[in-house]
Design a protein around this ligand. Structure first.
Ligand code: THU
Length: 137
């Protein structure tokens, strides 16, 4: 297997963040999700005037991929345009990503500054019994 191009994936996440619908927080986030077959699915945060209905960029990318027939992803990059520092996925996104990504799957997140965090789903969402007990279909 080829090495995963996290730099390229992060650039796709930055581009996707430009489509964010974030009039309430003014905080634009993009995500780029790499499927096992090499396809990249992107997403951005989509806010709502009923604030709790806001969809994060990570879950937005995930539903794009699953809706196109992918259900296993090996890496995700997340770009927060309006933060200098890296911003990691929220708890809900960690849970939802873990449904479709193994604990070894790579996660890169960054802001508009130079810092990047490279980690894994298992580090962000440890002790996830689902991975031990079920295989995905
Ligand atoms: N947001 C994301 O889309 N992903 C993250 O990882 C962090 C937060 C969005 C949700 C909301 O639209 C805005 O950023 C502020 O929290």
């Amino acid at each position: 297997m080829h090495a995963i191009d996290l730099d390229g994936l992060f650039r796709e996440a930055q581009h996707a963040a430009g489509f964010a619908y974030a009039p309430y927080s003014r905080f634009r986030v993009g995500a780029a999700l790499l499927a096992e077959d090499g396809t990249v699915y992107t997403g951005c945060n989509v806010e709502n005037r009923s604030f709790g209905l806001t969809l994060c960029a990570e879950r937005s990318a995930l539903v794009q991929g699953v809706s196109k027939g992918s259900c296993s992803f090996i890496a995700i990059a997340i770009a927060a345009l309006d933060s200098m520092k890296p911003v990691g996925p929220c708890g809900a996104c960690r849970q939802v990503l873990s449904e479709f990504m193994s604990s070894e799957a790579l996660v890169r997140f960054g802001g508009s500054g130079p810092d990047r965090v490279d980690t894994t789903i298992g580090t962000l969402y440890p002790y996830d019994s689902l991975h031990d007990q079920f295989s995905r279909v």
